[in-house]
Design a protein around this ligand. Structure first.
Ligand code: PBG
Length: 333
């Protein structure tokens, strides 16, 4: 690198005024960077339930999700992500409800599509945890081990019925081996050639998912942890192998999850593979920002925007965040 030296070089020169800081800003956030995760519940029209561990976030009945989708369009948020709170009597050891074409998620996709046409992208999660009686993301054998290949065949059916209902992006969050290839082939064979796969490629076994498990109702069911399939937080190189595999298997974009504690992984993935990378700022991250603001540590908006710009600076194409409407309002002034 060629550089002058002090006093010819004074890095504070370009920071001296607001117009100059604006001119030299390297990273710019826009509402188009955001994906808004939403929780849907099987309730009557107008029904909603606040999620206690996520202050400001609710589960909505289908009409409420449609209203949120319209809100997103108005704010310039290009995509929503749907997560169902499946009624307890529809959860089972074999997760049959996951591949029921009339399940809550599929009905929600159709309602949003009918109301909003192609004005908004609809992303759906592919994993069994909202449908299993034990809260694991896959089928469990007699020893309690989450089995890979039998789970993948259900995930394939789940992804196909979501695509048939009108999902634009299917996002496998289960961390089974080989599932991206299997899903991609099934989508091609089913004629869903333009349905994207956003792979939760580097998903860590994280303490930050607690509030989400409350929101989808799996927290009380889950025995043990997810360490036999989600990644060890100590591993970075392994994340690069996970990402490489998912790209080779046909993922259109990859995700790193959680976000803030894994910025190094985002930066390494981007530098190595030049593919679209998304960060999931997960439920525990949302709750920490809210709790920090409530405790008077710093204003909520400042904490939020600093974290979001960090994801983009690290190399993200976009971020999933429960704060999406808050951030979009701030960005829209
Ligand atoms: C389930 C899934 C999880 C999240 C997204 N999809 C939870 C988990 O793996 O236990 C977490 C999202 C969040 O915490 O906001 N496959």
């Amino acid at each position: 690198m060629i550089s002058a030296r002090y006093p010819a070089l004074r890095l504070r020169r370009t920071r001296a005024s607001a117009w100059s800081r604006a001119l030299h800003r390297e990273t710019v956030l826009t509402p188009a960077d955001l994906i808004w995760p939403l929780f849907v519940t099987d309730g009557a029209v107008g029904h909603s339930e606040p999620v206690a561990s996520l202050p400001g976030v609710s589960r909505w009945a289908i009409d409420g999700i449609v209203a949120r989708a319209r809100e997103a369009i108005g704010l310039g948020i290009p995509c929503i992500a749907l997560f169902p709170n499946t009624p307890p009597d529809r959860r089972s050891d074999d997760a049959a409800e996951a591949s029921n074409p009339d399940n809550l998620v599929c009905r929600t996709i159709k309602a949003v599509r009918e109301a909003c046409g192609s004005d908004i992208g609809i992303l759906t999660d592919v994993a069994l945890d909202p449908y299993t009686s034990h809260g694991q993301d896959g089928l469990v054998d007699a020893r309690g081990y989450v089995v890979n290949d039998d789970t993948v065949s259900i995930l394939v059916d789940q992804a196909v019925i979501q695509a048939e209902a009108g999902a634009d992006i299917v996002a496998p969050s289960d961390m089974m081996d080989g599932r991206v290839h299997a899903i991609r082939m099934a989508l091609e064979m089913g004629g869903h050639t333009n349905v994207q796969i956003m792979a939760y490629a580097a998903k860590y076994a994280s303490a930050y998912y607690g509030p989400f498990r409350d929101a989808v109702g799996s927290a009380g069911l889950l025995k043990g942890d997810k360490a036999s399939y989600q990644m060890d937080p100590a591993n970075g190189e392994e994340a690069l192998r996970e990402v490489a595999l998912d790209i080779a298997e046909g993922a259109d974009s990859v995700m790193v999850k959680p976000g803030l504690a894994y910025l190094d992984v985002i930066a390494r993935v981007k530098a190595l593979y030049q593919v679209p990378v998304f960060a999931y700022q997960v439920s525990g991250e949302y709750a920490l920002i809210e709790a920090g603001a409530a405790a008077g540590i710093a204003p909520r908006d400042a904490l939020l925007m600093e974290q979001l710009v960090a994801f983009k600076r690290a190399g993200c194409t976009g971020m999933l965040t429960y704060h999406a409407p808050v951030a979009a309002r701030l960005l829209n002034g």
